[in-house]
Write a protein that binds this ligand. Structure first.
Ligand code: ZN
Ligand code: ZN
Length: 368
């Protein structure tokens, strides 16, 4: 028995309590990160039916051995290796156990064709649900926090190793490849998402795609990157300047630092996501720059790079101890460029702790 198995049994118990509260007899889980969270299985094809006193895990023949190795046996999962349709095994079992009862499905993650097959069995009262497992995932246990911290350590040291390669003439894409390579060499499973390297005016794109543009003197250079370790993601952004910064570059950078500090000082248990977002908007608003901030302040982080909670204008959800969130204010000026600074934090009762040790307080120059 190991920690992972204990975690799985505990998570299934919490989910069952949530189902009972909502009057659901069971839940069909189709979102793979949710399946992984509940069972430990990291493959790319699986269905899970969680009932009051049973759980059926179904995958296909390709994953027979992997399921044996990864599944949390303490969680008392029944395993079905369906050569021709895991969906059939789950639908059949649900119809048998829960005829006439309400069983949930994940409305945001069930493909229409699968839904049609699922309801063919009749008998079950299928009920759309959202966020049942995601709500559990938002609050991390100590092991999960350690994994995100480890991912962040890998990403930070990989960036430090890559920065000396920055010089005039190198392309964004070459730099992204060098960073990805170094993250993997340091133990990452891979980048947590497509690494963004944006330079010059392209830094004004809040979600730029790395291009073949060549770096040159005077450019802002933005990296939005993260490593994945044991399934867990980190998500960091740093902005540098090639050569000496001009006054505008320094000024914009310091505004973003101030917004970042205002937001991170608001991170603690009980504060609604919108208040953290509001702290950023107040700083930018006081300089007449709020409309240059084109996205929200942050998001949860874990098995997925964007998960609950959200730190946005609409987010009423209050932060809870051991949520892991990003804070990532930015300012974007089309035709000029942009600056974003993103860090990852663990929320605590009276504040928040940084998960990565990578300086950001002043605009750093890289050699031309
Ligand atoms: Zn990011
Ligand atoms: Zn992010």
């Amino acid at each position: 028995m190991n920690d992972r198995h204990h975690a799985s049994a505990r998570r299934l118990a919490l989910l069952r309590a949530g189902l009972a509260e909502r009057g659901l007899a069971g839940l069909v889980v189709t979102h793979l990160p949710n399946v992984r969270y509940l069972t430990g299985f990291s493959g790319s094809s699986a269905w899970l039916l969680v009932g009051r006193d049973m759980a059926l895990f179904a995958t296909d023949g390709r994953y027979e051995q992997q399921a044996q190795e990864e599944l949390a046996t303490e969680a008392e999962l029944e395993v079905s290796i369906a050569r021709d349709g895991q969906l059939g095994a789950v639908a059949e079992r649900a119809a048998k156990e829960y005829a006439g009862s309400e069983v949930g499905f994940e409305a945001r993650h069930l493909v229409y064709g699968d839904w049609e097959k699922l309801r063919e069995g009749g008998a079950v009262e299928w009920t759309a649900t959202t966020g049942l497992v995601e709500g559990l995932r938002a609050v991390k246990d100590d092991t999960e926090i350690e994994m995100i911290r480890r991912a962040a350590d890998i990403a930070v040291s990989a960036l430090r190793d890559t920065l000396p390669l920055v010089k005039g003439g190198v392309t964004e894409r070459e730099l992204a490849a060098e960073l990805d390579y170094r993250m993997i060499r340091r133990g990452a499973e891979g980048p947590a998402f497509d690494t963004i390297v944006a330079s010059g005016q392209r830094t004004a794109l809040p979600h730029a795609q790395t291009s073949a543009r060549r770096i040159r003197s005077g450019d802002l250079l933005l990296w939005d990157f993260g490593a994945r370790w044991n399934g867990y993601c980190c998500d960091l952004t740093r902005t540098f300047v090639i050569g000496e910064p001009d006054a505008r570059q320094t000024g914009v950078y310091l505004s973003v630092v101030a917004a970042h500090e205002a937001a991170s000082q608001n991170l603690r248990e009980g504060v609604p996501g919108r208040e953290v977002d509001g702290a950023v908007r107040r700083v930018f608003g006081s300089e007449g720059l709020e409309d240059r901030f084109a996205h929200s302040t942050g998001h949860g982080l874990g098995l997925e790079v964007h998960e609950s909670p959200r730190l946005s204008r609409q987010s009423e959800e209050a932060l809870v101890r051991h949520m892991v969130v990003t804070v990532e204010p930015g300012l974007y000026f089309p035709g000029w460029g942009g600056v974003r600074i993103e860090n990852d934090y663990v929320v605590n009762l009276d504040g928040a702790a940084l998960l990565a040790d990578l300086e950001y307080e002043r605009l750093q120059s890289l050699d031309e």
